[in-house]
Design a protein around this ligand. Structure first.
Ligand SMILES: NC(=O)c1ccc[n+]([C@@H]2O[C@H](COP(=O)([O-])OP(=O)(O)OC[C@H]3O[C@@H](n4cnc5c(N)ncnc54)[C@H](OP(=O)(O)O)[C@@H]3O)[C@@H](O)[C@H]2O)c1
Length: 319
């Protein structure tokens, strides 16, 4: 069944930035290329960008091209989880993001990863303070466990702080662990879900052996190839590809369309799909795929069924 309201489509910008800092993973560095990508996305009618202070040079390049004046911006506090959600660091990170983005406020400010060294009370207070200063319209959390989400919400309720209203998490046809424990909680607290890696980082496109995104030589490639490396997952990926091919649809397009139209996501809750591209052609292909709408019913059902074969071996929805 398709969602009652279409999900929002957001362009992820981890591929925009300083190539020298992440060769092979960043593909849009100079102003002309960044502007070209954003213009093409905008001209198709889309208005949301996701970035992060962790993505080297992404916010600064978006700022240089005036992105915040024509897009709704979602960004994230700097952090790898090691004491970086301490209040003074949150404050500094938000200040720097807004400077780099050349704007006084953004739509959403996420905590990028859980910081299990800093008390959640301190983090919640820092986000509430920044909210009251008008730095963002809403705040979100990314990669937290359901238990951590619940605890954070309780703290905000007890202290009278503004609550997080969006969760950004790993979700696609193979990564569905959040459906059981996370989504009921999000729905209960009226939190939206932004699904990252809706096409599992490109694994369904059958080129993982050739791209940096899956190379064990870099941090992200190593993470994704490890997360998706188990045999049942690889078999499931091949099943999705083969089923899609019978309909003349690419594995990548089928995976994206499944996440957008046949998953637990629903625009009525404010849910979104957050994709990325490493080339302009991929932007056009991706938007064409999404705009093609729901999949043929038997293909959608075949992809939905694949999860039962990987449950327990799949990457977790949280860090
Ligand atoms: N909050 C978080 O912790 C977090 C984590 C991850 C991502 N994100 C956000 O989510 C965004 C999207 O994540 P993602 O990159 O994992 O999403 P994705 O859309 O599942 O994967 C994107 C990758 O798929 C490949 N691809 C794209 N279009 C293609 C096409 N038409 N045909 C074949 N392959 C294609 C490209 O890989 P190649 O480069 O190999 O060509 C591209 O880099 C990021 O930019 C970021 O904003 C957030």
């Amino acid at each position: 069944m398709s969602p009652q309201v279409p999900v929002k489509i957001i362009l992820g910008t981890h591929t925009i930035g300083d190539v020298a800092q992440m060769p092979g993973l960043i593909h849009f560095d100079n102003e002309k290329d960044v502007q070209g990508l954003l213009d093409a996305f905008h001209s198709r009618g889309y208005r949301d960008l996701d970035t992060a202070s962790n993505y080297p040079g992404s916010e600064a390049r978006l700022g240089q091209t005036g992105a915040a004046s024509r897009f709704t911006m979602h960004t994230k506090v700097r952090g790898m989880g090691n004491g970086d959600s301490e209040p003074s660091k949150i404050e500094l990170s938000i200040k720097k993001s807004l400077e780099d983005l050349q704007t006084s406020t953004v739509d959403t400010m996420f905590l990028h990863v859980p910081d299990r060294q800093t008390p959640l009370e301190d983090t919640a207070k820092a986000m509430n303070d920044a909210y009251l200063q008008g730095r963002f319209k809403k705040w979100g959390i990314s990669n937290f466990t359901a238990a951590e989400v619940e605890e954070l919400i309780k703290i905000c309720e007890t202290k009278g702080y503004v609550k997080p209203s969006v969760y950004e998490g790993h979700y696609n046809a193979i990564v569905r662990g959040g459906e059981k424990e996370l989504f009921p909680l999000l729905r209960k607290h009226h939190m939206a879900f932004f699904a990252y890696s809706p096409a599992a980082g490109g694994i369904f496109s059958d080129k993982t052996s050739t791209t940096a995104r899956w190379s064990k030589d870099n941090l992200i490639g190593n993470l994704y190839s490890t997360l998706y490396g188990k045999a049942p997952v690889q078999t499931a990926v091949a099943t999705v590809r083969d089923s899609a091919a019978k309909h003349g649809i690419s594995g990548h397009a089928a995976a994206l369309r499944w996440t957008a139209f046949h998953s637990i996501l629903d625009g009525k809750y404010g849910d979104a799909v957050l994709f990325a591209v490493s080339k302009m052609e991929q932007l056009y292909d991706t938007l064409d795929a999404i705009e093609a709408g729901p999949l043929p019913t038997d293909l959608a059902e075949a992809i939905t069924a694949v999860y039962a074969t990987v449950e327990g071996s799949e990457p977790p929805y949280h860090l």
